[in-house]
Write a protein that binds this ligand. Structure first.
Ligand code: FES
Length: 164
């Protein structure tokens, strides 16, 4: 896996390198797009154009894949990804309010990224730990029984860490 770029500069020669890895193989579109996303944190338009040309496919075919699988992102992502569970148990325990509060505090809609590039906000289906609903995951860290007060503390902690 490649190291993700923080500055989002797209270097087409790097994409050439990825394409080279799969040259002559079948069914390479998805792994190639995954590699691009690993590298940049999203799949830039330039990469889609380049890959489509190299694989002799229409860009729309690549976009079909990119929009079908929720793992793919077409825009730069925030440094941290906040996923707010909207499964049944979390919904009952106030998951919608939690999502709305994050949205209000961060000034972004679901699927968006804050203007400082710090957070991306997403909604997800059941995360498999309904016993601690409502649940929020930030990157790989799980937060259970989340309340509005807890959100303030959590966001403060991430901002403080970023300032160090
Ligand atoms: S519904 Fe949220 S963890 Fe199951």
């Amino acid at each position: 896996m490649n190291e993700r770029k923080e500055n989002k500069t797209i270097e087409l020669w790097e994409i050439d390198g990825l394409i080279e890895r799969y040259r002559g193989k079948e069914g390479v579109l998805i792994p190639l797009l995954q590699d691009v996303q690993d590298m940049y944190g999203y799949v830039p338009e330039e990469a889609v154009k380049k890959i489509s040309k190299e694989l002799s496919i229409y860009p729309v075919k690549a976009y079909e894949v990119l929009t079908f699988y929720s793992q793919f992102h077409l825009r730069p992502r925030g440094r941290h990804t906040i996923k707010v569970c909207q499964g049944t148990a979390c919904h009952v325990m106030g998951g919608r309010e939690i999502l709305n509060y994050f949205s209000e505090k961060l000034g972004v809609n679901t699927g968006g990224t804050t203007s400082d590039g710090m957070f991306s906000l997403e909604r997800v289906a059941c995360l498999g730990c309904c016993g601690i609903a409502p649940v929020v995951v930030i990157d790989d860290k799980f937060y259970g029984r989340v309340t509005v007060k807890k959100i303030d503390k959590i966001l403060h902690k991430y901002r403080e860490e970023a300032d160090r």
